[in-house]
Design a protein around this ligand. Structure first.
Ligand code: FES
Length: 240
């Protein structure tokens, strides 16, 4: 019943534990599948679709799809890579992501994915939305212009912090993260030690006064590509 599941990912036979998703099984085997909304320890959300792979030729979100016996998974075909570039470029134009002025630069997963996928300028026109910034809290601020609606803060506040400080409101292009207070972050019970703070993949939810503690040029993605820690794992090296 609990026997490992054998499947093939990018031509390599790998073993997954029952209940593991494809993205997890690939990761254990040293194969990095790009992701934005996925975060280890949070319930999968399946919203960004950056982790899309083909399973027996059909596209599926690898962060929500459990590994199954005999699956043939492809993670980096030219078609999938182009699909990911399109998603990233749409995200980049949909919000206001001015990396050169953003304190998250070098630590931002959207920026890092764009670099990993060779994006220098989006092919789509910028929408330049005008969204609010909530800097009411003494230690934390939200810039909705940079939010990519990944729901990491929503899930972390609900499932890890037990607070439900963040939720989605609105639909379609009006959808955004709201707080469980009348209007302002300062009126919520959020605080700096919450797991929801620090889990944002972009520069939307930030701690105040620490933005440049790590100098630009010395940050995680200034030195290595996003996903490199998975690809450099001993398991990965043994398969190359
Ligand atoms: Fe799978 Fe976002 S990482 S849908």
């Amino acid at each position: 019943m609990n026997d490992p599941i054998k499947l093939t990912i990018d031509g390599v036979e790998v073993e997954a534990q029952p209940g593991q998703t494809i993205i997890e099984a690939a990761g254990v085997s040293g194969i990095y599948i790009p992701r934005l909304c996925h975060y280890q320890g949070l319930k999968p959300h399946g919203s960004c679709r950056l982790c899309t792979v083909t399973v027996n030729g059909k596209p599926m979100a690898s962060c929500t799809q459990p590994a199954g016996p005999g699956m043939i998974v492809e993670t980096h075909t030219p078609h999938l890579q182009e699909f990911r570039r399109q998603i990233l470029e749409m995200l980049l134009v949909e919000g206001n992501h001015f990396c050169m002025f953003c304190e998250k630069s070098g630590l931002c997963e959207l920026q890092a994915q764009a670099y990993r996928h060779g994006i220098t300028a989006p092919r789509y026109p910028y929408l330049f939305p005008q969204r609010s910034v909530d800097a009411s809290h003494p230690d934390i601020w939200i810039d909705h212009n940079r939010c990519i609606l990944c729901a990491r803060c929503v899930r972390a506040s609900r499932d890890l912090d037990g607070k439900n400080v963040f939720q989605f409101v609105g639909r379609g292009r009006h959808k955004q993260v709201a707080v469980n207070a009348r209007a302002r972050l300062a009126d919520t019970t959020v605080n700096l030690t919450d797991r929801a703070i620090g889990i944002c993949p972009v520069g939307a939810l930030l701690k105040k006064r620490v933005g440049y503690q790590i100098p630009i040029g010395q940050r995680s993605y200034d030195h290595q590509s996003i996903g490199a820690e998975i690809e450099k794992s001993p398991c990965s090296a043994s398969k190359k």
